[in-house]
Design a protein around this ligand. Structure first.
Ligand code: FMN
Length: 242
């Protein structure tokens, strides 16, 4: 039986050694990736892709790119979470298409305020934030917003570097959805950022504009694969009630 959310969160550990004699059901891992895409995402742009590595040769290549880490070497499968900020136009267009379907066939004059706002959001606001020219437009936006921000609250994550973080934030949420879903069915994972991301991109034939958020090792835990007791900073040191 699948674990409750709290049980899955408790069960999840970063597992660095997986049982060699226990395979994963690829369809079940895929189902966990389907849960991953249900994570919330900035502006619902879904600037991500998920590479589910099951092929033995590919796993071998990926292990080298993951610097030979045990969590990759002993993994039965790997899931690579890729941030695709570069796909913003395509994703904005997909949102617009979805909205148009929901709105249905009616004259523009009959659009509700919310419908007009939503369409304008993807056709005007998103391009005004995401359009870039060698990072220059981002800095220009940043300066303009900083000046406006002297007088009223404004959105400030408008530089290229800010938007890269925005994409990785959402991709990180998807990664957590995935790992908790895996834990829910008794499968184990280990998120890894210790990797040669350039090599990973080459192995997966990804464009230079994509970015690796993390590689996740997947398998069934070997008891020696949990390297120690869970350590967390005392809760009261990180919890601030205001
Ligand atoms: C973004 C990210 C990158 C990580 N990279 C690695 C890694 O490269 N290798 C590794 O063994 N563990 C890696 N970890 C796992 C952490 O070391 C682990 O989550 C932490 O020690 C807490 O342990 P727990 O996950 O068992 O609670 C990473 C975790 C995160 C969230």
């Amino acid at each position: 039986m699948e674990k409750t959310v709290s049980e899955a969160i408790q069960y999840r550990r970063s597992v660095r050694v997986y049982k060699n004699d226990q395979e994963l059901d690829t369809a079940k891992v895929r189902q966990c990736i389907e849960n991953a895409v249900l994570a919330p995402t900035s502006s619902n742009l879904q600037l991500w892709e998920f590479y589910h590595v099951v092929d033995r040769d590919m796993l071998g290549k990926m292990t080298i790119a993951c610097l030979g880490q045990n969590a990759a070497k002993t993994a039965k499968q790997l899931v690579v979470i890729v941030a695709r900020k570069d796909l913003w136009r395509k994703r904005a267009a997909a949102n617009t298409e979805f909205l148009m379907k929901v709105i249905g066939d009616k004259p523009k004059s009959q659009y509700t305020k919310r419908e007009k706002f939503a369409l304008g959001y993807y056709s005007k606001v998103i391009p005004s934030i995401y359009v870039e020219f060698f990072g220059i437009l981002g800095w220009l936006r940043y300066a303009i917003f900083a000046i406006i921000g002297l007088f009223r609250p404004v959105y400030r994550q408008v530089r290229n570097s800010d938007l890269r973080i925005v994409a990785h934030k959402s991709a990180g949420l998807a990664a957590q959805n995935f790992m908790i879903s895996m834990a829910g069915i008794g499968y184990d994972t280990c998120p890894m950022e210790g990797s040669d991301t350039r090599r990973i991109k080459k192995i997966l034939k990804l464009p230079w504009s994509s970015e690796i958020t993390m590689v996740i090792g997947c398998g069934i835990r070997d008891p020696k694969g949990v390297y120690g007791d869970r350590f967390r900073i005392p809760f009261n040191d990180v919890y601030k009630k205001v």
